[in-house]
Write a protein that binds this ligand. Structure first.
Ligand code: MOS
Length: 838
């Protein structure tokens, strides 16, 4: 297999056929023209049966001959230095092999997403409680666990100088390098002069990613080459991080993550168990498996930063917003560059000529703050959307009307158009489905027995991006398949439970005219072409586009083989045919017309120029090829009659090695700068708040979202359920409690860190509006994963206010924050059952 550097090396012309696209302009999509329409269908996960039967092998389930077990020894102080490790007792047990100490190489904390270098090393310096120090290795997990406990660590304890108490440390907040204040107009002045304003501070606590599969790595060396079975979201950067941490070349590292039990951002970079396993395996000459315990996942990987957000909204008396201020204070370990980007969508969510976005960082000796599902928007929109609810009340407008009134025509910060934006449609559809017209404006005016009942809404908004991503698709003969041919997708893209395997297969199935069971998908191995990985909701769009582009190239190659042009070839159920003329194919034609209408004259001119450039480039390449003695084959063009049909397997049988393959590559381009790309939605919630105890129960929740085309309605809907449930946790339960004396994570397991369980989740209703976005990528999709969580918690908070008249600014909203303010249950209150059926 050629390495990537050779694939991209122009001097080497023995390149495999490829199709590379930089998204510089609107692109039509062939998905409109395929014979089958598997894309979009709610088909089941390809590996669903394997997973529920326990047959999908996750990292901790691999077993290699002679494998040893490692358990991390973690710091019990929050700041200081390690003086000495006393290991005699730990080494006494017959099954214990070694206590591995390598202060220089071990990593102190995980790496942030996408980085190419190792995270902080030097584990003798303690920067937070829970930081790894050493690894106890034994023949059994039990012996390793006991040994890790028996290691005694002598510290120089500097906890007196530790930063453990946010309130106390806030005074030391600093601006970060490279994160200047963003300012338009005169926000502070305009807010002070506003006819109507809201100026409030919201607090959201640290939260734990804690995916269902704990972080785990199994390291094995063959000479100087490391293979690491691990649980990572983004393999290509993680491979570089591993190499950098170990001081070896990246081509000596292979990462394998075929199945991943969630990540939520905590597996974007390598975590401490990976380097520890690799160091131990090298030293001991045997494979070493390290699986974090649940408390270690929570104490030694990633949290979402707590935030303190000031939202200032200034409007005229009619509710027209002219000023938006979003100032955030967030936390992280010393020197870490990541900051919770709370105001990611603040520049473009609502209209307004005065705007300010400011971040201040407080350095804390607490577990690393990093990406957690919808970093930024998930908590940033809690603040913005609660403030909008308050403004609506002050202006005397319905919350939806206020938002419609402040709907911008263009991105108000950059003066660029939106690629697509259906926020108003999401709100209106949601209002109708949910029955928003039955909401009583006056708080605490609806009851159901001993419960106050209220309704709230908030919008969802999340930026959309594309990442460079590659995939190879290979067509081969396979007698076991009904149509005699099989397509194999290869990319180091991951499936963290989102359904990547399935949606990539759907794209290839339509593009190649094959049933889904004729597509095999190989993911999660750095020996495969590097994909985007799973993060920032870019995975499906980026890796899906690379698969699409590889398939597009295969269609061209097939067309060439049979004597058709690329734009006349149609692949239908294993048969190559000429694409039907417009009369037989009205839908396609209409769609073409539509695309034509949509693309501006400029685009047309641009694309003509690019076609020409392409032709010249091909010509040049051929000339160079001839010079290099690699004559470009020029065969006699075969004939293909109008009614001809050629089985695809016959075509493949005529190809060299009975194989046809192509590499696809997508890259972000100008459309990301020229068009504001985002996903939009709206969440609607009905809550009950118990009039005497303050207990809060969700009664129902409706979410309406847009994310371009939907690849798989079942998988996309599941993503939205997940986001809405995250919103419930964020509004009502989730909160890391750090001990203010030493930073210890007091609630470091899933018994004490409260998450919504089934009984906390009411009927969730998800609607995905139709959308098509030709500026995002050649498959016209947007990232759905992190959209539904954004703002979901605000909808709940706003419903709690509508139910009780109490606004809580300090999340999560728990009964103790309501109980002493609850109004009396008025006898005249409208009974919910009457109100709801009215
Ligand atoms: Mo996501 S927080 O970008 O994995």
């Amino acid at each position: 297999m050629p390495s990537l550097s050779t694939i991209t090396d122009l001097a080497n012309l023995k390149v495999e056929p490829h199709n590379k696209l930089k998204m510089d302009k609107a692109m039509p999509t062939l998905l409109d023209q395929t014979a089958s329409k598997i894309v979009g269908q709610p088909i089941n996960r390809l590996h669903g049966n394997l997973k529920v039967c326990g047959q999908a092998t996750f990292t901790a389930e691999y077993h290699l001959d002679g494998q040893l077990y490692g358990v991390l020894v973690c710091s019990t102080i929050g700041k200081g230095e390690v003086i000495e490790l006393i290991t005699e007792t730990a080494l006494k047990s017959p099954d214990v092999v070694d206590i591995i100490v390598d202060f220089e190489t071990f990593i102190r904390n995980p790496q942030q997403g996408g980085q190419k270098s190792a995270p902080a090393q030097g584990t003798d310096k303690i920067t937070y409680l829970g930081q790894p120090i050493a690894l106890a290795v034994a023949k059994t997990l039990e012996a390793a666990t006991e040994a890790a406990k028996a290691v005694q660590v002598r510290y120089k304890d500097d906890s007196d100088n530790g930063a453990f108490d946010f309130e106390a440390e806030k005074a030391n907040s600093v601006m970060m390098d490279g994160v200047p204040i963003k300012k338009q107009g005169e926000p502070e002045e305009a807010l002070a002069d506003a006819e109507i304003s809201v100026d409030k501070v919201y607090y959201t606590p640290s939260q734990s990613n804690s995916p269902i599969e704990p972080h785990a790595s199994l390291a094995t060396w063959q000479d100087d080459e490391l293979t690491l079975y691990t649980s990572n979201q983004m393999l290509a950067p993680c491979k570089q991080q591993m190499a950098d941490a170990l001081g070896i070349k990246a081509d000596k590292v292979r990462l394998i993550s075929r199945f991943i039990g969630g990540g939520f951002g905590s597996k974007l970079g390598i975590a401490p168990e990976s380097v520890a396993a690799a160091v131990a395996a090298k030293k001991l000459g045997k494979p070493v498996l390290v699986v974090m315990t649940r408390p270690q996942v929570m104490e030694t990987t990633v949290r979402r930063s707590n935030t303190e957000q000031r939202i200032g909204l200034g409007a005229d008396k009619d509710g027209k917003i002219h000023t938006i201020i979003h100032d955030s204070t967030i936390t992280n370990l010393p020197k870490e560059v990541f900051f919770e980007p709370t105001a990611l969508s603040t520049p473009f969510l609502y209209a307004g000529e005065n705007r300010q976005i400011k971040y201040k960082m407080v350095r804390m000796n607490q577990v690393l703050a990093g990406s957690m599902r919808a970093p930024g928007e998930a908590v940033g929109q809690i603040a913005i959307e609660c403030a909008m609810d308050e403004l609506a009340e002050k202006v005397g407008l319905d919350p939806i009307e206020l938002r419609i009134l402040n709907e911008p025509e263009k991105d108000p910060s950059k003066d660029i158009p939106y690629s697509t934006r259906q926020l108003v449609a999401c709100m209106q559809t949601g209002a109708e489905k949910f029955g928003w017209d039955q909401r009583r404006t006056r708080p605490a005016s609806v009851r159901d027995g001993e419960w106050f009942v209220g309704m709230g809404m908030a919008v969802a908004c999340r930026v959309n991006h594309l990442q460079k991503s590659q995939a190879r698709v290979t067509l081969t003969l396979n007698d076991e398949k009904l149509l005699g041919v099989e397509a194999t997708i290869e990319t180091d893209m991951t499936d963290i439970g989102t359904g990547t395997y399935t949606v990539l297969a759907q794209i290839a199935a339509d593009m190649l005219g094959l049933p889904i069971d004729h597509i095999s998908v190989q993911l999660g191995d750095t020996d495969l072409p590097p994909g985007s990985g799973s993060g920032g909701s870019v995975g499906a769009a980026s890796s899906g586009s690379s698969v699409y582009l590889a398939c597009e190239k295969l269609r061209e190659l097939i067309a060439e083989q049979v004597g058709l042009d690329a734009d006349t070839v149609q692949l239908d159920n294993g048969i190559v045919i000429r694409k039907a003329a417009s009369s037989d194919n009205k839908d396609d034609q209409n769609q073409d017309d539509q695309n034509q209408d949509d693309s501006s004259l400029v685009d047309t001119i641009k694309s003509a120029a690019e076609e020409k450039a392409k032709a010249i480039a091909t010509d040049v390449a051929e000339k160079i090829a001839t010079k290099a003695g690699l004559a470009v084959e020029r065969k006699e063009k075969p004939q293909f009659g109008d009614d001809d049909q050629r089985p695809l397997h016959q075509v493949i049988a005529q190809c060299q090695d009975n194989t046809l393959k192509a590499l696809g590559e997508i890259k972000p381009g100008k459309t990301e700068k020229d068009y504001r790309q985002g996903c939009y939605g709206a969440n609607f919630v009905e809550v009950g708040v118990h009039a005497y105890t303050g207990e809060i129960r969700l009664r129902r929740m409706t979410g309406v979202f847009t994310a371009g085309r939907i690849l798989n309605h079942k998988a996309a809907t599941s993503q939205c359920y997940g986001g809405m449930v995250f919103g419930i946790g964020s509004a009502l339960m989730e909160e890391i409690v750090h001990d203010k004396r030493n930073g210890r994570l007091c609630n470091h397991d899933l018994a004490e860190y409260h998450l919504p369980v089934n009984a906390d989740v009411p009927q969730l209703d998800v609607v995905l509006l139709e959308e098509d976005d030709q500026y995002t990528n050649p498959i016209h999709i947007k990232g759905i994963g992190e959209t539904a969580i954004s703002g979901a918690a605000a909808a709940i908070a706003n419903a709690v206010y509508n139910a009780t008249g109490i606004r809580v600014y300090d999340f999560p909203i728990k009964l103790d924050k309501l109980i002493d303010q609850l109004p009396d249950l008025p006898e005249t209150a409208t009974d919910a059952t009457t109100a709801m059926s009215a």
